[in-house]
Design a protein around this ligand. Structure first.
Ligand code: SF4
Length: 312
């Protein structure tokens, strides 16, 4: 596989990109433009620096990533070998992964500086030199809860109890569609066709609290299924499995939800276009033209504060 080195990043849209832009346009500039090519050996140190800071993670994010990775592994192991991972297996793996993130952050800073995508660096370890002990304990304590809820969830039970009535879609790492010429990334945790219910089921594992955005994020996934498989909106069931609380939400979307989501997405793309000097190459405007947020408290927990606050 060959990698093309692009002078500027490809323009695409995703929910996380949208959220970053709303949080702070300057942060958006650092994350989506200034660190581009920062993984290459022979680029300026400032580019590598912005790229490294983008890769900083924090405990809630690392925790969410671990739970998602293990949920995917548990589903795959069952589908491939009929093996159901136990809560004990999952907790052990989850603990080991959390510990690895801590040890990388404490002992492998130099390696992370060279290869920030391969090693983990926790935000508190980077900026404060230590973890918040209470928070670390809190997350360790959540492992048994989330894995018990994951195994008992309706989606996991459906998969393991009646797999013969389901068709699983190949996991495509990078699902995307194009709307008005813009590439839109669609990252679904699990997608299958329930033959018994005659529905497409989209599952999203959630490790945090319920938010207003959850529904519109799923509307984007539903739109993808409508486009790709020519499905009607009433043939799609979307589910949020909140593994911390064990709550399970099922939504039946309407055409209005889809229209609302599309209009929100187009509006967001329109705002993002302000930061492009060239729409084709996606060359950005100068960093100064990405305004800093006026809510200064957001800077306290921002990955990029080290470079941003040092600039006039
Ligand atoms: S430090 Fe503040 S102003 Fe700078 S990028 Fe972060 S949030 Fe924006």
């Amino acid at each position: 596989m060959t990698f093309e080195v692009r002078e500027f990043p490809e323009f695409s849209w995703s929910f996380s990109r949208h959220k970053t832009m709303l949080t702070c346009a300057r942060k958006y500039g650092y994350e989506y433009y200034m660190g581009h090519n920062g993984w290459l050996y022979d680029v300026e140190e400032s580019v590598k620096h912005a790229y490294r800071l983008k890769k900083l993670t924090n405990l809630p994010m690392a925790f969410g990533q671990i739970v998602h990775e293990l949920a995917e592994r548990a589903v795959k192991l069952f589908l491939k070998h009929g093996h159901v991972m136990t809560q004990v297996d999952l907790i052990e793996e989850g603990r080991a992964m959390l510990n690895r993130a801590y040890i990388d952050s404490r002992d492998r800073k130099q390696l992370w500086m060279q290869k920030p995508a391969r090693y983990k660096m926790l935000y508190d370890m980077y900026y404060e030199g230590e973890l918040n002990r209470m928070e670390a304990e809190e997350y360790r304590g959540r492992l048994p809860i989330v894995f018990a809820n994951l195994l008992a969830s309706r989606s996991f039970q459906d998969i393991t109890k009646r797999p013969q009535t389901m068709q699983f879609q190949q996991a495509e790492e990078f699902r995307f569609m194009t709307i008005d010429g813009v590439k839109i990334f669609v990252v679904m945790d699990l997608l299958y066709r329930d033959i018994e219910a005659d529905k497409w089921v989209i599952v999203d594992w959630k490790t945090g609290k319920e938010t207003e955005d959850d529904r519109s994020q799923l509307a984007l996934y539903a739109y993808y299924i409508m486009q790709k498989y020519n499905a009607g909106i009433d043939e799609i069931e979307i589910r949020n499995e909140y593994v911390l609380t064990g709550v399970h939400r099922v939504y039946q979307l309407t055409e209005t939800d889809i229209e609302r989501m599309l209009s929100k997405m187009k509006q967001s793309v329109h705002i993002m276009r302000r930061y492009q000097l060239d729409m084709i190459s996606n060359e950005p405007v100068d960093l100064d033209e990405f305004p800093r947020t006026k809510y200064e408290q957001r800077c306290e927990k921002c990955n990029h504060k080290e470079i941003c606050l040092a600039q006039p």
